[in-house]
Design a protein around this ligand. Structure first.
Ligand SMILES: Nc1ncnc2c1ncn2[C@@H]1O[C@H](COP(=O)(O)OP(=O)(O)OP(=O)(O)O)[C@@H](O)[C@H]1O
Length: 266
């Protein structure tokens, strides 16, 4: 059984408009899948539906099983129970996940206390470990800092530490590097790549950026206007894009690459 199985997921707004339309995909334990598509294609709504966190006014039909739990029809209590230990989300903007009034240490402590029952010295040492794992040096200062006292890259590392602290089996990363500058982007991608590899965490990586998807995912699904237009191993999708929209994505990534190369030579 897949850790995450999505079958015929449709998300509608109050007017009945399908924002996500008949989407199906699966992520096996330890696997890495990508959802690629331009802004507005339905990537974030798919991620929110998977975790049972759709905004009010939107409704989902179809079937979503997260570690066997029906994330559309199960009672809220069961869905919440599946969320923490099974799946955690990292968002594009770390401030979405971080409470501005709480120090980084207290935020990471939250799930460790709730889900693992840690207290006192054990809790403090788990927070230190979580910060060290995301390569945040000077962990004590960071733990005492509020989000606004940290850089964008440090904030995203704290958000990743928080998401991974309780060892979820699936990490959903929704454009986790889009808001960061290019060098920090590369560091955060390397970090995610290493963390999911060493722990065997499954990854659902959401991005509009094909080269970024190629770096961290294995199977990919291309979304356009709420529908999956192409699926397959990322290397095949890039080498032999079948859908005209995928071809546009590949061509524009190639043009960008060629422009970079030219700039490098100048
Ligand atoms: N709460 C909402 N109510 C109504 N429509 C919404 C809501 N949230 C998103 N939408 C619409 O649903 C569609 C898909 O949005 P979604 O956020 O999933 O796209 P996305 O691919 O993640 O884009 P981005 O990368 O810009 O976040 C868009 O047309 C968006 O305007």
């Amino acid at each position: 059984m897949s850790l995450l199985a999505v079958e015929g997921l449709t998300v509608r707004d109050q007017a009945g408009r399908a924002l996500v339309d008949d989407v199906s995909f699966a992520v096996a334990a330890g696997d890495r899948a990508g959802l690629i598509g331009e802004s507005g294609s339905g990537k974030s709504l798919t991620a929110l539906a998977v975790t049972g966190l759709l905004p009010p006014g939107l409704s989902a039909t179809g079937d979503i099983r997260l570690d066997g739990v029906d994330m559309i029809r199960a009672p809220e209590k069961q869905r919440t129970a599946a969320r923490g230990p099974v799946a955690a989300i990292v968002f594009q903007e770390p401030l979405t996940a971080l409470d501005p009034l709480m120090t980084a240490g207290r935020q990471i402590a939250g799930p460790l206390r709730r889900l693992h029952g840690l207290r006192g010295a054990a809790l403090r040492s788990a927070i230190g470990e979580a910060l060290a794992e995301v390569r945040l040096t000077d962990a004590e200062r960071i733990a005492r800092s509020y989000p606004h006292e940290l850089s964008g890259g440090q904030r995203q590392r704290v958000a990743i530490a928080m998401a991974l602290a309780c060892r979820p089996r699936l990490l959903i990363a929704d454009e986790p590097t889009t808001a960061l500058d290019v060098t920090v982007q590369a560091e955060i991608l390397d970090l995610l790549d290493r963390l999911v590899a060493t722990r065997g965490t499954a990854l659902l990586f959401i991005t509009h950026d094909l080269p970024v998807a190629a770096r961290v995912t294995r199977d990919t699904h291309v979304l356009r206007d709420g529908r999956i237009v192409e699926s397959g191993p990322i290397a095949d999708v890039i080498a032999r894009p079948e859908h005209p929209y995928t071809r546009t994505l590949v061509d524009s990534a190639r043009r960008f690459d060629a422009a970079l190369e030219r700039t490098g030579r100048d």
